[in-house]
Design a binder for this molecule. Structure first.
Ligand code: URA
Length: 485
């Protein structure tokens, strides 16, 4: 215990906290004071430089006097795990009374170890409130910190501005370090800043909002993503505001869209209702009609995603229809199915199986690219997101329309999403692969894995699954041969 941080005024002790979030320091001092039998009303806990200064240095105070030092054989201080867990979090609250409150509770626990069990006790309730509020603030920080790119000298640097309610910055640094380990980033706040350069974490003093950049091209990605996941049928403005309070909106690019999305929600909801009535609609009469109609389809939220709807391609009289999951990043850019890495692998495997891709009709269960924008080292990426069952089911209308026009004898579904697109229900690929499933119109379905699954494997698993995939394709080729005679 250093004399610098503690002052005794007669029988009253003042503990100067070196930092507003230094729980270890509080615990150490609280333990010593309790062992010396200093009652709560004889201790004041003072934060450095007022409530907002996370990194202020504490200097010696006049009239300083050491805190009492406990005897070596002083009785140990008892506290339940539950109390320590709550206290650790509550200590990060911006309430200036928190350290005194925690000391009072710790003092009381020595006399009544079960004091925390009384839910109606005002101290217990207040500690729980502080804990809850800090957890909520951390949750908001994880969800609403948005990095913006700034030109660095050598490396790209990402900077975010955030206004926490409590002293949660340092406690949450690990979360951001793990999540953005390869990036160089800074989080600026009015309570202090943290900086990560890929190897070490550094802290600096408070920042102002003007110190952080405003807006960059990544924001367009966030906006299109947000618009795509916004579900008008679920719109509850009150709940939305409590989850994403307005105070955070100014730091979030996608928030700019919220007023318009709310305003347009009714129209979009009506569109979704109409989609439900679509079964009664007239089916498109040609592949060209489908291509035209899917370009403006807004039947599910993914339709707002990506650049365009990607139509199937191939002969309208193909005996084989190959169905994938959804266009990927490259397919979305080019506007054709299976032209990216998974498409290249598919082409190679088809060729090895003796199936000429140009004779097959190749399409997807879902016609839009569903993705989440992500900042990764060296740039921005659109990361593939698996479509939900209801999105596959909505897009089924188009897949069935394609099947109705092409009338393939054999349908090959690559992966579980494709199989659901054809069957309207989920099946286990490993259980159904290797044998045909009759589709009721004289055609049959063969199910195998998706080539992107093979791309994710390596070593023995890759070889084994590659062999099984080749076997599935060979079976399809043999079946096509049988059906053509
Ligand atoms: N994956 C698919 O399922 N389809 C494509 O078109 C590309 C990748």
């Amino acid at each position: 215990m250093t004399a610098m941080q503690n002052v005794s005024l007669g029988s009253h002790y003042v503990v100067h906290m070196p930092a507003p979030d230094d729980f270890a320091f509080w615990r150490e001092r609280a333990r010593g004071l309790i062992q010396c039998d200093v009652p709560p009303d004889r201790v004041s806990w003072v934060e450095p430089g007022g409530t907002g200064d996370l990194f202020a240095q504490e200097g010696p105070s006049r009239g300083e006097k050491r805190l009492p030092v406990p005897d070596k054989d002083a009785r140990p201080v008892r506290a339940s795990r539950r109390f320590m867990k709550l206290a650790r979090n509550a200590a990060l609250h911006s309430d200036s009374q928190r350290f005194g409150l925690l000391y009072r509770m710790l003092w009381r626990l020595q006399r009544n170890p079960r004091a925390m069990e009384d839910k109606a006790d005002p101290d217990v309730r207040r500690i729980e409130e502080l804990d809850k509020s800090v957890r909520r603030d951390s949750h908001k920080m994880h969800a609403f910190v948005r990095f913006r790119e700034v030109a660095g000298e050598d490396e790209e640097h990402y900077v975010a501005w955030f206004e926490p309610d409590h002293h949660i910055l340092r406690a949450n640094a690990g979360f951001f370090r793990r999540r953005f380990a390869n990036m160089h980033w800074s989080i600026l706040t009015p309570r202090g800043c943290i900086h990560w350069d890929g190897e070490t974490m550094r802290e600096s003093g408070p920042a102002r909002r003007e110190d952080a950049p405003q807006g960059d091209p990544t924001e367009e990605l966030w906006k299109s993503y947000y618009a795509s996941i916004f579900n008008p049928a679920r719109l509850k403005v009150g709940a939305m505001l409590s989850e994403m309070p307005k105070k955070y909106w100014k730091n979030m690019p996608e928030a700019e869209l919220i007023p318009d999305l709310i305003a347009g929600a009714q129209a979009r909801e009506a569109g979704m209702v109409a989609a439900g009535e679509r079964e009664e609609r007239e089916r498109p009469g040609s592949l060209e009609d489908i291509a035209r109609q899917i370009a403006t389809c807004r039947d599910c939220p993914i339709a707002e995603c990506g650049t365009r709807a990607v139509m199937g391609e191939g002969p309208a009289t193909a005996s084989l229809m190959i169905v994938g999951e959804q266009p990927g990043d490259q397919e979305d850019v080019v506007g054709r199915p299976f032209v990216g890495p998974a498409g290249q692998l598919l082409d190679e495997c088809l060729e090895r199986a003796g199936i000429e891709r140009s004779t097959a009709y190749v399409t997807n269960a879902v016609k839009h690219f569903k993705f989440v924008p992500k900042i990764v080292q060296g740039g921005k990426r659109r990361l593939h997101q698996t479509p939900q069952a209801k999105e596959i089911d909505t897009c089924r209308w188009w897949l069935e329309s394609e099947r109705g026009i092409v009338k393939p004898r054999v349908v090959l579904a690559l992966g579980a999403s494709a199989a659901r697109g054809i069957l309207g229900k989920t099946v286990s690929v490993s259980k159904v692969r290797g044998a045909p499933i009759p589709l009721g119109d004289g055609s049959e379905l063969w199910v195998s894995v998706h080539p992107s699954y093979l791309l994710r494997l390596d070593g023995e698993a890759s070889e084994e699954q590659g062999r099984l995939f080749a076997r599935d394709l060979a079976a399809v080729q043999a079946r096509l041969g049988e059906l053509s005679v």
